[in-house]
Design a protein. Structure first.
Length: 154
């Protein structure tokens, strides 16, 4: 079972897609373990460097480098703040681009819940009605789309 390729993708043969592939571009932007963990923490409410580093379990150097990269990618924005009597510091807030990645991160959690028995599962539910939330592929008409029903065109 696989997706159906159409257009240029169907005719490409063994030609690599490289930098023209949006999947490649996305993975280059946010496809590291550290980036995903920092996004998770941003979704969980972290905004300050110390919280990102402590909660993600990453080193301070890795946290600093990845936060900088996420800001450069436009996924987070860096905003100054200053506690009374303290030096100016920065907090990190999700941009619209960062918020749009939420289904990707929670789809990874859903996959882990279903396929990685060693992981501690998390549950997603809708605050409006408490119904379980699942991340799934569906068309704009609301139909569930299985992998062999998906047409990928370039």
């Amino acid at each position: 079972m696989h997706v159906q390729l159409a257009g240029r993708l169907a005719r490409r043969g063994n030609e690599p897609l490289g930098e023209h592939c949006p999947i490649d571009v996305a993975v280059q932007a946010v496809g590291t373990r550290s980036a995903i963990l920092l996004l998770r923490e941003a979704y969980y409410g972290a905004t300050r460097f110390d919280d990102f580093a402590a909660r993600s379990g990453l080193t301070e150097a890795t946290t600093a480098g990845r936060l900088k990269a996420l800001v450069e990618q436009g996924v987070l924005e860096k905003l100054p703040y200053q506690e009374p009597g303290q030096r100016k510091r920065y907090e990190y807030k999700l941009t619209a681009s960062g918020e749009a990645l939420m289904p990707v991160v929670f789809a990874l959690a859903q996959w882990s819940n279903e396929h990685q028995a060693a992981a501690a599962p998390i549950k997603l539910s809708h605050s409006g009605c408490d119904a379980p939330v699942t991340i799934k592929a569906e068309c704009s008409e609301g139909h569930a789309v299985e992998m062999d029903q998906l047409i990928v065109t370039s």
